[in-house]
Write a protein of this length. Sequence first.
Length: 407
Amino acid sequence: MTDSSESKAALRFSFISTAPPDPILGLTEAFLADQRSDKMNLSVGVYKDASGQTPVLECVKEAERRLLENEKTKGYLPIDGSPEYRKAVQRMVFGETVASDRISTLQSPGGTGALRVAASFLTSQMPPLKVWASNPTWANHHAVFESEGLPVESYRYLAADRTTLDFEGMIEDLTTKAQPGDAILLHACCHNPTGVDPSTDQWVSIAKVLSDRGLLPLIDFAYQGFGHGIREDARSIEAILRQNSEAIVCNSFSKNFGLYGERVGAISVVAGDAAAAGAVQSQLKRLVRSNYSNPPRHGGAIVATILGCEDLTAQWESELAAMRDRIKLLREQFVSTMKTTGNGHDFGFLLDQCGMFSFSGLNKMQVDQLKADHGIYIVGSGRINVAGMQESKMSAFCSAVAQVLEG
């Protein structure tokens, strides 16, 4: 290669600007670079035990042992994933709500992968539409759908007090702003980032608006079992499907099985009949083939093994309940400890929230001060990963929060 050609080649990427860091994962990079020994990372949504570690569940270890003993191949999975895994997903997510022949399910690389496949499906198979997401919503939702060219709008969700659901505003926006055919992105439970969920009766009302307006339910189900229980957390989906014959559900097993790095998820499309579900399956497989071809094997095999064995299922349900109960206790400990600091700050509203996350009410300046002065990392919106708190560090954390609240 001549000097001239080398110079031209060197210029090809010289105009590319540096992308801003991810608003959540970028915090982890800053946290890892922080040299303070008493630092805390309450930003990324992972469960941590009392020692600050993200544990491997005992049922997962046992499932892996059995898999290794009986494993005969590392061959590719089918485009839509393991049949055993897909059946397990349908049982977990839908129970007896919908006939299985109406559901098209594909194994995906995590819940994010499922959302991206859903975005591709909407773009390629539906008339032009908008996706409506709650305000606020998970930071990556907008990027995932906009990357496929789908415009994303927001409906009201959190009330002005930043602690409760603006149900009337949500219903008004879905009724008057969203147009027939639009997709409505909903969090089935443990709303991220707020921890504020509709009640069972409110889900029934939401389902009716979707049906009356001809809106497509697009459901993100990343935290099943972290709210009130495995079946209890699926009541929102059951309520929606009683009044709507079609829906898309994207679920993840990262949190409830502790399989974060294995990237285990699925997209399920509920159709009006078996013929439509078969056609949907074929189109989803076509989209996956031109993307990642087929999903990874190991994580899905763990889930299928656990949910296919009564003893492992019972063990998993027990371990999941222990994580759920501990998160609830951490909320209670945080609220009670905050009352003992300074002016007795009342965070009692957190007790009505559920799941891994809560909106603390801290503003961006206070969040920045927590990071700069105390080495405590939370998301700029004020979202706290409750599941990342530690009992041994609760007093120090609450003291730091009290200091920034008092200016």
